[in-house]
Design a protein around this ligand. Sequence first.
Ligand code: HEC
Ligand code: HEC
Length: 271
Amino acid sequence: MWRLQGINVGRLALIAAALLLVGLVGNLAAQDAENPYTSLEDVKTGERLFQMHCGRCHGRDAGGDDGPSLRRGRFRRAQSDAGLFRVISEGVPNTGMPPIYRSRTDESIWQVVAYLRSINQRPESISLPGDAAAGRRLYAGAGACATCHMIEGVGSLRGPDLTFIGDRHSPDELRVDLLEPDHEVLPRWWSVHMTYVNGRTLEGIRMNEDTYSYRVLDADEKLWSIAKRDLRESRRIETSTMPSYEGKLAASEVDDLIAYLFSLRTEESSP
Ligand code: HEC
Ligand code: HEC
């Protein structure tokens, strides 16, 4: 009985040691390796994993929250992909950055690395087909984008401020912004359609809502406070107020706008 137990304990220790060794070797290999998971699918999976596990500290789009922005084009704690792998799997000791992925597979960590890389390509290393100067003219002229957007204090607040949009969105994301505005509309940009008891109607961006009232910004940028008891009916609209430019602008004009918007960044002067 005693002997048997002794043997068992010994074997367990051996197995544990072997497992530890495999784990270490696996880890070392990962630290030297290049990222084997870099397909578009991997990037997308990485993005989903990021939103699930990292977004609460780094922001859902990695733009920063309690944790730092991971979109600044470089990392303080890591240069290589292998370095990022290590930061994510081990955390940063004595900071708020936990080793959140210790129980995860290498594959999912690499996919998060691939996602972080995809949103951190150096802007000058990306060559875009569009002409930023033409995009700027289109934005201010025929595109009439400033009727809803603000850049450097000029324009309107009916849509997000675009002064640093190039820091926040990649060229691919900008294309989706222009062609499929309903793709992902934050609650901040939902609207509400209201019918008063007397039949009058009002529609606008829902700036605020509580149990008793709405605050709404209408198309003329007038701010309304409305008591819900004065309404017969109200309907929330979760699509974007921004029109899709699919088919309305030529493909080359969309490219020009993307080149212009992508140039709007903190560290570079705009064209
Ligand atoms: C509980 C909050 C929290 C969570 C969850 C979290 N982080 Fe962090 N992260 C931080 C903080 C705080 C730092 C800054 C640490 C420091 O002082 O360098 C950081 C730093 C980092 C860095 C280094 C940044 C640099 O410039 O070198 C990377 C990369 C990173 N986190 C990625 C991730 C990823 C990927 C996930 C999800 C798997 C994640 N983090 C989850 C809080 C968090
Ligand atoms: C009628 C108002 C309106 C017009 C006109 C409009 N937008 Fe928008 N735009 C919005 C709103 C509201 C959002 C936020 C909701 C969403 O994601 O679609 C938005 C989102 C965006 C975004 C994503 C910004 C972010 O922070 O996520 C970009 C980029 C953008 N618009 C560019 C343009 C450009 C370029 C034009 C002109 C060709 C334009 N918009 C015209 C209202 C407008």
